[in-house]
Structure formats: C-alpha cells, structure tokens
Design a protein around this ligand. Structure first.
Ligand SMILES: [Zn+2]
Length: 288
C-alpha cells in the first residue's frame, strides 16, 4: 500500500540520511526502482512530473500500475507516489487519482499567492492523509516546461511557508535541474544553513540531484536535507546502456529485438544508479 512521505522523511531527518525521490517514466522505470528499494531495504519516493503523468496516460493509470506492482512484486518497504512540481490543478487531480503525496510548486508566484495556494493544499492533503511538499525560490534549469533561474531562497519566506504545515520544503540553494553547467558555482550551504535554522525539524528537499558531487550531497544532508530528487541521472544511465546494446548490434542477434531484451540493459542501469544513490544518501537498510 502506498504511504504518505511524512513519516519516512521525519525519520530520515532525525536519522541524518535522505530518502531518494526517483522519477518514473514507464513500467520499466517503476519496476526497476521498486525492486531496488526492496533489495536495499530502503524507503523510496516515486516522482511523477505532470509531463510524465501525461505520457503514462494520466495519473489514474500511474496509480493503477504502481499499486499493481506493490502487490505483484511483494514490496514491503515504504513507498510514496508523489507528484513532482505540480500546479494547483495538477495537485487536485492527483488527490483524486490516489497519489499519496503531492508537491505544489508555487515558486513562480509572488510569495503572497504561493502562501495562499499552499495553505489551501495543506488542508486538502491533510484531509486525505497525504504529504505535501512546497517550494520557495525557483530551482534552476528546465523541467517539463517549468523554467527556473536557480536562485537562492529567502530563508524568512521559507519559514513562512514551512509554518503553514507542509511536510517537506524545497528551497532553492543554487541547485539546477538536468546537467550542471561547467561554470556552476555549487550549492549555497550558507542559504541551506539559514533555512534550516529557521525551519527546525522540517525535512528539506534537494532538487536536481544529478551531478552534484558526493561531498556536497553529504554536507547538504548534514544541514537538514532529508529528500533528494534524482531524475536525469537515471535517464542518462538508461540511454547509455541502450545505446551500447544497439551499437554492439545485439538487437540483430537472435531475438535481440524483443523489447524485453532490448530494454533489459537500460533497466539494469537504472537499478545500478538507484542502488548507488541509496547508499550515498544513507537510506539503505532503513526500512528493515
Ligand atoms: Zn525539481
């Protein structure tokens, strides 16, 4: 059964580790992440962007697929199904479809409007036993048409949003979605520290986990980050493994064109990436 992300993130924050949010795109992605979480005895959050939700034929299809897998694969670790960078309307759709967690990204609104909309969703999420993530300070880069500048959040605004009763807070600390540019200045630990000072026990979320050096990830966790989003890295691993299979001509050998064979190397590559991240984030074994 899907669970809210609230409890797993509170435990992570208290235990000084982070739970990975791995975004899903299709059946192979979902199966790879769930099986790895079970193998690693790690809690996990499946992220679904609005674009990916559309691609997978809508939120109801996603909920049906994930619930089916939890049962058929005998998944026992805590799993949350979370809308990533949701609009207000997208959040309502996911509440109705049976997600267990939602993110409302109001970072592009003036702070007053972000506060007002987040507040409404706090009540709606609570009514349904779901967890809610809010965002302050846009995350840089582009994700499904949402373009952010990579700014640093105002710690006071973070406190205002945190005090509304959200379960986790994404604060921009110079992080970016997608691949990091050569001239990236790194994470602003000063901002992160200031945000944590004001928000206390609130689990903080680090978006754009792909390509952040391991030592920065560890430092971010030590400063209160309890959820780290990984999306691009699984995509790159999947693409590289699939490319290798094709370039080696394996699709032309025997029944190598069978999608169950063609997609297998990419599937294994996602598993390896997720495994590596769970070890790095410290969530391995935490669901035992
Ligand atoms: Zn993000």
């Amino acid at each position: 059964m899907l669970v809210s992300a609230k409890e797993m993130l509170q435990k992570a924050k208290a235990g000084h580790y982070a739970v990975g949010q791995f975004n899903i795109n299709n059946l192979e992605w979902t199966k790879a992440i769930l099986l790895t979480a079970e193998e690693m005895k790690s809690p996990v959050i499946l992220g679904v962007s609005e674009g990916a939700g559309k691609y997978m034929c809508g939120y109801k299809t996603v909920v049906g697929m994930v619930n089916g897998m939890l049962e058929e694969l005998n998944i026992t670790v805590p799993v949350a199904l979370h809308l990533d960078h949701g609009s207000y309307e997208g959040c309502l759709k996911c509440v109705e479809a049976g997600f267990s967690s939602i993110m409302f990204d109001g970072s592009h609104y003036p702070i007053e409007e972000n506060v007002a909309k987040t507040k409404e969703l706090v009540n709606i999420a609570a009514e349904h036993g779901m967890s809610l993530e809010a965002e302050v300070g846009a995350i840089g880069g582009e994700e499904d048409g949402v373009v952010g500048k990579g700014e640093c959040a105002d710690p006071q605004e973070c406190k205002t949003i945190a005090d509304l009763g959200v379960d986790m807070l994404a604060a921009g600390i110079g992080n970016i979605h997608g691949k990091y540019p050569e001239n990236w200045e790194g994470l602003s630990f000063e901002t992160l520290d200031a945000v944590q000072q004001l928000t206390g026990e609130m689990p903080l979320v680090l978006h754009g986990g792909t390509g952040i050096p391991d030592d920065m990830i560890k430092k971010a966790i030590s400063l209160g980050v309890a959820k780290i989003n990984v999306n691009t890295e699984c995509q790159l691993a999947f693409a590289a493994a699939t490319r290798k299979y094709i370039e080696e001509g394996k699709d032309n050998q025997g029944k190598g064109y069978d999608p169950r064979k063609l997609l297998a190397p990419g599937f294994e590559a996602i598993k390896a990436t997720v495994k590596e991240k769970m070890d790095l984030f410290g969530s391995t074994g935490k669901a035992e």
